[in-house]
Design a protein around this ligand. Structure first.
Ligand code: ADP
Ligand code: MG
Ligand code: MG
Length: 325
């Protein structure tokens, strides 16, 4: 095995998250280019600042269409398609509700039900008109807002992976705060040339930041986790977290504390964490039985860890308060 001191870690804070890049050669300038690339993408896709391509679309809601670059158009097409799946918990027009709840930002309170009801009328993905010729996006009603928060990090993780590949990098890990993408293996066993997996920690919900339920081992895969414990506030004994149910306007309420998705592309992982969150364990497992390229780990409130098929990863349980099923 290559000793761990061959791994060079670079970190930054971008997109409101700690970002970690691991390389097997000391290469400060490559790391800077990766961080610049992430910053560029963030500037295009964010809705947490006054200016971005997405904000331009949102500001023109009810008024006019806005042309965007080809990759952004393709990303929005994908987000719309996923939002239109039957019973989808994923809805990229959830922006007005996200802004109203402000979960993860200061000034949280539970909005009156009538406010949420009114805002639900602004979250219809069919009212996002995409013109393929003009590569433009038009939100039909004033007040509508696209929010790519549930897909952007996955998309950007893949952009970084593709960039590193182009640069000839064969082994790397990029962690965009819950969205991990890996290139190749973390080690190669020198004796039998077997690649060993990257070890990615699965956090214990509502515990110290470094507390782990277990470790996920993957080679050349993306690992995306969405948990209710990352951004939330409490009010009158209830926990309100940042994944909203587009059918009710309230945070998704079920037996789950987190969902982790293991697959090739991080964009799929990011989309699927939200979809599976909406499905819950039973329906989620049934759904995944027909989608072999997507695998998942569900963590429930009552401390069960439930894995789907495990062809693309291995899971090692560390916390004996949890039961592995
Ligand atoms: P994480 O923030 O842990 O990466 P997600 O990938 O699920 O979690 O993204 C959550 C973000 O997506 C929220 O902060 C919000 O911006 C947006 N969002 C919230 N609910 C939904 C939803 N039902 N569909 C699509 N996007 C959502
Ligand atoms: Mg995400
Ligand atoms: Mg997501």
């Amino acid at each position: 095995m290559l000793p761990d001191d061959r791994v060079y870690a670079y970190s930054a804070v971008l997109m409101g998250s700690p970002i970690l890049l691991k390389l097997f050669a000391h290469n400060e300038s490559l790391a800077s280019r990766v961080f610049r690339l992430i910053k560029q993408q963030e500037n295009i896709l964010t809705v947490n600042r006054p200016h971005s391509d997405i904000m331009a679309i949102n500001l023109a809601a009810g008024s006019h269409a806005v042309a965007v670059s080809q990759p952004v158009f393709t990303l929005i097409q994908r987000a719309k398609a996923v939002s239109l799946l039957p019973d989808s918990a994923f809805n990229f027009t959830i922006g007005p509700l996200v802004k109203r709840w402000k979960i993860g930002f200061s000034g949280n309170s539970v909005p009156p039900a009538s406010d949420l009801q009114a805002l639900l009328s602004l979250t219809d993905p069919r009212q996002v008109i995409l013109d393929e010729q003009a590569q433009s996006v038009f939100l039909q009603q004033a007040g509508m807002e696209i929010d790519l928060g549930a897909i952007a990090k996955g998309y950007i993780a893949d952009v970084v992976r593709d960039f590193l590949r182009q640069e000839g990098v064969e082994q790397a890990l990029i962690n965009l705060g819950g969205n991990v993408q890996t290139l190749g293996a973390s080690h190669t066993n020198q004796e039998n040339a077997t690649p060993s997996g990257w070890a990615i920690g699965l956090k214990t919900p509502f515990a110290a930041a470094d507390a782990l339920i277990g470790v996920i081992h993957v080679v050349n895969k993306s690992v995306v986790t969405s948990g209710v414990y990352e951004r939330y506030f409490q009010h009158q004994g209830r926990c309100y977290h940042h994944i909203l149910d587009p059918r009710t306007g309230y945070p998704l309420d079920n037996e789950l504390h987190s969902v982790t998705v293991i697959c090739d592309d991080s964009i799929d992982g990011d989309i699927y964490t939200t979809l599976l969150y909406g499905m819950g364990v039973e329906q989620g497992l049934a759904h995944l039985a027909n989608v072999p390229q997507i695998e998942a780990i569900f963590v429930t409130r009552d401390r069960q860890v439930i894995c789907s098929s495990q062809r693309q990863f291995a899971f090692e349980l560390l916390d004996d308060r949890y039961r592995l099923k």
